[in-house]
Design a protein around this ligand. Structure first.
Ligand code: GLY
Length: 393
């Protein structure tokens, strides 16, 4: 090959690398916090004074849809406010976070409606207690953990996720892994020690029944109430019973990583690596933001799910901290950072609406919340930024 041509190719390669690393180095977490704080301030100004909180901004709209404390997403907005308090130290956020957390207090003294109590109470009061040590918050968290445990079916070995669903049997959804954190926390913070056993049993049963041979997750598993045997795996929010719903797989990566943190049992860590592996290996998008379902038939013309990317980016930072394999650790961190930078550079809502992120998909099969802004995408995005900042520090 002509030497001048080889030199030119090498120079171009070098330039490409330099501009990529400059871009990587120019990522400014503080600027992202400022953006989130500015967006949240705009949202605060439009929330009606009726005990509701913002859940979603539909595609094409600028207006939030608000929900009351019973909604499964009600903990994310107060959680975002607590994270803003953590990120900025500004007491304004503590005051707002407390106000919106208090709306959820009735959940701690009501009968369990479903498994989502963990999302609701741990993201609101859980973060609040972590940051303030307010004993009143602790009381609410402990009561809620006991309430969540009432849904545990010892014959099956899992928590019943959706008591109101008309499935023939005991249903458990992969999302439920996330809610075990509430039980773990309560068991080590003055609550009933049996909550730990329930959480571990739920994780073990899920590990044994909720995954296909390639470690992709079913969304829902139905068990026989009496014998506890698995009847079938299926979907509710994914494309099909056999497809890999992006957010479901994201919940499993985050969930098993968290269960390892709480138990230090290596079988959960091995499993977290496996469920992360199939997600990362099957991720085909250049920017690492997945389509809403990895098997959606219209790819590449399917909506993305920024919320799944936010959850996974946060989970990978934690998972990377548990591995001594340098290559794997680097892969997790590099990919997590790339996801966070993609979300920051190309998915922020700026002048479209006052959420942090665009392009999440809630429930495509139901035609609901498609390619829109959703509070849980914002919550995990902020969490990932905080984790990235802690890593840098
Ligand atoms: N937990 C419900 C969802 O992920 O949409």
């Amino acid at each position: 090959m002509n030497t001048r041509f080889t030199t030119l190719i090498f120079a171009l390669f070098l330039l490409g690398n330099i501009s990529y690393s400059q871009k990587k180095n120019s990522f400014n977490i503080k600027k992202q916090f400022e953006y989130c704080a500015a967006q949240a301030s705009k949202t605060l100004a439009v929330i009606p004074d009726d005990g509701t909180s913002p859940r979603t901004v539909p595609n094409g709209s600028k207006e939030w849809k608000f929900v009351d404390y019973k909604d499964w997403t009600s903990g994310f907005w107060p959680g975002e406010l607590w994270y803003l308090y953590e990120a900025t130290g500004d007491k304004k956020w503590e005051k707002e976070a407390d106000k919106f957390s208090q709306f959820l207090k009735p959940l701690s003294v009501s009968k369990a409606n479903d498994h989502d109590l963990g999302f609701q109470i741990f993201n609101s009061f859980g973060n609040g207690y972590r940051l303030t040590k307010n004993p009143a918050y602790k009381d609410i968290i402990l009561k809620s953990a006991d309430t969540l445990a009432t849904l545990f079916n010892p014959k099956v070995g899992t928590i019943l996720s959706w008591p109101h669903h008309k499935y023939e049997g005991h249903n458990t959804i992969i999302d439920n892994m996330m809610n075990l954190e509430l039980l773990f926390w309560a068991s080590k913070s003055g609550g009933n020690k049996k909550l730990y056993d329930i959480a571990v049993k739920h994780a073990e049963t899920t590990m044994n029944n909720h995954f296909r041979p390639d470690y992709s997750s079913y969304h829902v598993v139905i068990y026989d109430y009496e014998t506890g045997k698995k009847i079938k795996g299926m979907t509710a929010q994914g494309y099909s019973d056999d497809s890999m719903w992006a957010r479901g797989q994201a919940w499993s990566i985050y969930g098993f990583t968290m269960v390892y943190r709480e138990t230090k049992d290596s079988k959960f860590l091995d499993f977290a690596h496996k469920v992360a592996r199939v997600y990362l290996d099957r991720l085909t998008t250049e920017d690492l933001i997945p389509y809403w379902d990895f098997n959606a038939p219209g790819i590449p013309n399917e909506p993305r799910d920024a919320s799944a990317a936010a959850i996974v980016s946060s989970a990978l930072i934690e998972l990377s901290s548990y591995t001594k394999d340098t290559k794997l650790k680097n892969e997790y961190l590099t990919k997590s950072k790339k996801m966070i930078v993609s979300l920051s550079d190309h998915y922020q809502s700026h002048n479209v609406n006052s959420a942090f992120l665009l392009h999440s998909t809630g429930h495509k099969p139901a035609g609901s919340e498609i390619d829109c802004s959703i509070n849980y995408a914002d919550y995990y995005y902020l969490e990932a930024l905080l984790r990235l900042q802690k890593l840098k520090n």
